[in-house]
Design a protein around this ligand. Structure first.
Ligand SMILES: [Fe+2]
Ligand SMILES: [Fe+2]
Length: 187
């Protein structure tokens, strides 16, 4: 899956568009009751995003190889654990709102705003994770604005997740610089 011929910037645009899709579908009603179904729908895509992040980081933590990969593998494993905590919080929130968290593997990739990219080598893995983290950070910032004051509980949860995703992005950025000498993303 990592060896697609599509340039990654195009992928990122598609993923960001997908992440935004639910927001643009309608910020129609501001009353919470009216938005519960919408909130659940949005959180299902956040759940899928986190789940894909768990899978990607777990896979990377096991298959990363090469000189100086041990420290990086530990970092990937730690991120996988934190993504799992996010996944659990979001699933709990969906449940609280009366929804059923969607863990169905069918369609998981299309529900998620992040991508399951294997990465060709260690640096490529780090880069894929950095891309995924940046998409998550962008998306969660938008969600925080979206939930605003009409659902402070969901907003606060996303704020907590965002803080960790920002640390993740920072970790991946630092690793990329350490292993490649420069951050190689163009944006
Ligand atoms: Fe996460
Ligand atoms: Fe993350």
């Amino acid at each position: 899956m990592s060896d697609t011929s599509t340039p990654f910037l195009t992928d990122v645009k598609v993923l960001r568009d997908r992440a935004r899709q639910h927001l643009e579908e309608g910020v129609v009603t501001r009353s919470y009751e009216g938005d519960a179904a919408k909130t659940i729908e949005i959180l299902q895509s956040v759940l899928a995003t986190e789940l894909v992040c768990v899978l990607r980081y777990t896979m990377h933590s096991i298959s990363a190889s090469g000189i100086s990969s041990e420290g990086v593998k530990k970092e990937f494993a730690e991120h996988a654990r934190e993504e799992q905590e996010h996944m659990m919080s979001v699933a709990e929130r969906i449940n609280q709102l009366g929804g059923k968290p969607n863990f169905n593997p069918d369609g998981l990739a299309t529900r998620a705003a992040s991508q399951y990219a294997e990465g060709r080598d260690l640096v490529d893995m780090i880069r894929e994770n950095l891309i995924a983290e940046r998409i998550a950070v962008d998306h969660y910032r938008e969600l925080i604005r979206y939930f605003g004051d009409h659902d402070p509980a969901t907003r606060t949860m996303i704020e907590g997740i965002l803080r960790v995703e920002e640390e993740h992005a920072n970790d991946m950025h630092d690793l990329l610089v350490a292993h490649e000498g420069r951050p190689s993303l163009a944006h």
